[in-house]
Design a protein around this ligand. Structure first.
Ligand SMILES: *[C@@H]1O[C@H](CO)[C@@H](O)[C@H](O)[C@H]1NC(C)=O
Ligand SMILES: *[C@@H]1O[C@H](CO)[C@@H](O)[C@H](O)[C@H]1NC(C)=O
Length: 329
């Protein structure tokens, strides 16, 4: 690899690292891709717990949109609360995520019937994406998530989805065809369930999407590969350092290799998902505090800075010393 190209990748990565924290993302290239107009390629992004929008997936969004013309993203609007916020917080948050993702996709696909839809999720957001497509709900961590129905693959907006990719999903099941297979020791997560397995019904709901779905789960990731010893939270946090390039290739190749499965774009609007109450596109990631550097945010005592500190713990900086038991996702 050429040195300049390698450095370019590093620069992008460090600029985007800030976008993983619970403060508004200030990366101008990424923010320029947040577009609600009709586009040929429109990405829905579900971030991980306690991140700001759009979180860790920023590097992948940029890499994918570099290769696809007329491409941009919107955030799945949901709180992404970790269990730190309370015993039911994760479940309530994920249920809102799946509901909003379905509503946002329905609303976008009605407005833009010719747009190819792409879905991405990380950590809690990965679970949310799987719930959105295949149906979700049930016990996870110490709570019970409310059920939501699957998105019908044969109807808008399910029929307009051309690629879905998830990393480190909390609720997932071993041995699925769409899980990235271990060409190296890392991707050993295919043999393990997540924090909880998906129910039979929800696995069946995902099957119609299997050919356009890719699930990354590292061996040792305590969230998506529960019981793969030794578990190490670093394996939950390194997906975009390791796989961004190959994941982007997979997304682009899958998108370009496929047509939407609906033949007429005037498909009936009888989707099982109501488009009422669709959340408006988030404004929280626009540049309100764009000039606040992360270090300044850390030195203040706002609730936001507490969230940043919690995020740092969450990110494993100090967490390694605390032991896995201290983690909240
Ligand atoms: C849950 O997430 C929302 C939005 O990210 C945040 O405003 C709220 O403070 C969180 N709740 C708790 C209890 O941390
Ligand atoms: C995963 O969960 C399923 C469903 O509960 C269970 O049948 C299976 O044995 C589990 N597999 C592993 C590897 O834990």
């Amino acid at each position: 690899m050429k040195l300049a190209a390698a450095l370019g990748v590093l620069n992008v990565a460090s600029a985007l690292a800030q976008c993983e924290a619970p403060v508004p993302c200030t990366d101008p290239t990424l923010l320029a891709l947040q577009i609600s107009d009709c586009q040929k390629h429109h990405i829905f992004v579900a971030r991980g717990s306690d991140s700001g929008y759009p979180g860790h997936l920023g590097v992948l969004i940029e890499a994918v949109c570099e290769s696809l013309e007329d491409c941009g993203y919107e955030n799945v609007v949901y709180p992404a609360n970790s269990s730190y916020a309370g015993v039911n917080a994760w479940c309530e948050s994920a249920a809102i995520g799946a509901k909003h993702a379905q509503e946002q996709m329905t609303s976008y696909a009605e407005k833009c019937p010719d747009s190819k839809l792409i879905v991405m999720g990380y950590s809690q957001g990965a679970s949310v994406v799987l719930d959105t497509l295949g149906g979700g709900g049930g016990p996870v961590f110490k709570c019970v998530q409310e059920n939501n129905p699957a998105l019908d693959r044969t109807k808008v907006p399910g029929s307009n989805i051309v690629a879905a990719i998830v990393f480190g999903a909390a609720v997932r099941t071993a041995g699925q065809s769409y899980t990235a297979k271990g060409r190296d020791a890392l991707k050993g997560g295919q043999d393990f369930n997540g924090t909880s397995p998906r129910s039979e019904e929800h696995l069946a709901g995902l099957n119609p999407y299997a050919d356009i779905l890719h699930d990354y789960c590292n061996f040792g990731d305590p969230i998506c590969a529960h019981g793969s010893e030794p578990m190490d939270v670093a394996q939950h946090l390194n997906y975009f350092k390791i796989y961004t390039e190959e994941a982007a290739k997979w997304v682009v190749g899958t998108v370009q290799g496929r047509k939407m499965t609906n033949v007429q774009s005037s498909a009936p609007k009888s989707s099982s998902v109501s488009s009422k109450g669709t959340p408006t596109a988030t404004s929280s990631s626009t540049a309100t505090s764009a000039s606040t550097p992360l270090s300044a945010a850390l030195s203040t005592s706002t609730p936001e800075s507490k969230a940043v500190k919690r995020w740092e713990v969450f990110s494993g900086v100090t967490a390694v010393a605390l032991g896995l038991g201290a983690f909240v996702f």
